[in-house]
Design a protein around this ligand. Structure first.
Ligand code: ASP
Length: 341
């Protein structure tokens, strides 16, 4: 075979190919005027987002899939499952080097952690969003998108688990947390730190995640899975009532996550709610609504039928519990999942 025959006519420069999946969000939104930073609408397809960043054409080829074009608080279980199934399908294609997903920032960390647990590949998967719409003064979307692609193409990103790239930082899905409502520097990982930084085409890692993810995760989903066990989060506070626990159990939830106070302590109502859940053999995970630190297992958890969420915040604890419930309801086994993932 001569050299000519080895050249792909549609890709003469031999660039790597990225699957770019569009979900919507502020990165794909526009407003009437450049100073309008809220009340904008999701308008733009992922193909047009790429066209707005011409520099991307010299680093990669793109294949697109627009899975949705909505705000991320509208994402349903069905869509989340379909996204995960499509990411796995794209990653099995030998010519695809990585997947980049444009996504709303409100629930970006939920999707990222879900994918971190169910993607069956070491190839990079990077989620990216923006805090300002595409029409805004100093919109952050174009550079975030460029950086996301550069990170996805970096050989250093292979095997790191699912990543988020926002405001020059590379963040692990396991730890990334949205901590500001509007600032472009909204995503932080105060305790464990970000994995690395990206500037232009320069990617620098200085950290790695130690929890199980992607190929080392045993939490698979099948290609035809259509629904997930239903799990509610209940927020604890002074003077809480037991009625939310009663209502959740009456509605048939298969698990409860407590967004508890402090070090995962339970108010009297939460204690009563946990007792009701134990009676009905509904797993009950205690997390904390405090931003940093771990809720570690305690000896009392065994008798009370509780599982400690470790360093997962309540909404990520809910994701792990839902996936774990596809395998088991056993308290000890569930605690093992929370210790390892
Ligand atoms: N409302 C937006 C969303 O879809 C926020 C964002 O994308 O930053 O999550």
């Amino acid at each position: 075979m001569n050299e000519k025959q080895l050249v792909d006519d549609s890709n003469p420069a031999g660039l790597p190919t990225i699957a770019l999946l569009g979900m919507g969000g502020t990165i794909a939104s526009s407003a009437g005027v450049a100073t309008q930073l809220s009340d904008y609408r999701v308008t733009t397809g992922v193909d047009l987002l790429i066209q707005a960043v011409p520099a991307l054409q010299s680093v990669a080829r793109f294949e697109y899939e627009q899975l949705a074009n909505i705000e991320s608080h509208q994402i349903s279980d069905g869509l989340l499952l379909r996204l995960a199934q499509r990411v796995n399908a794209w990653l099995t294609m030998p010519h695809i080097s990585a997947v980049v997903i444009t996504h709303g920032t409100d629930t970006l960390e939920e999707t990222a952690y879900f994918l971190n647990l169910v993607v069956q590949s070491h190839k990079p998967v990077v989620l990216v969003g923006a805090m300002r719409p595409a029409t805004a003064l100093s919109a952050d979307g174009p550079l975030n998108l460029f950086h996301a692609v550069v990170v996805a193409l970096s050989p250093q990103s292979v095997g790191k688990g699912v990543l988020a790239v926002m405001n020059d930082r590379i963040l692990a899905a396991r730890y990334v947390n949205k901590a500001h409502t509007t600032n472009v520097d909204a995503f932080v990982v105060p305790e464990q730190g970000c994995l690395g930084v990206v500037s232009g085409q320069d990617v620098q890692y200085f950290n790695t995640t130690t929890r199980r993810h992607t190929l080392s995760s045993a939490l698979h989903i099948s290609d035809d899975l259509q629904s997930l066990p239903s799990v509610d989060i209940i927020y604890d506070h002074q003077g809480a009532g037991v009625h939310l626990y009663e209502a959740a159990l009456r509605a048939g939830v298969q698990g409860i996550v407590l967004a508890g106070t402090g070090n995962g302590s339970l108010s009297p109502a939460a204690r009563a709610g946990a007792a009701l859940a134990l009676e009905k053999q509904v797993p009950f995970v205690r997390a904390s609504h405090v931003q940093q630190g771990s809720v570690r297992p305690s000896e009392k958890d065994v008798d009370r039928g509780l599982v400690a969420a470790q360093s997962l915040n309540p909404h990520k604890a809910r994701i792990l519990l839902r996936l774990a419930l596809l395998n088991t309801r056993d308290r000890e086994t569930l605690q093992r999942f929370f210790n390892e993932y």
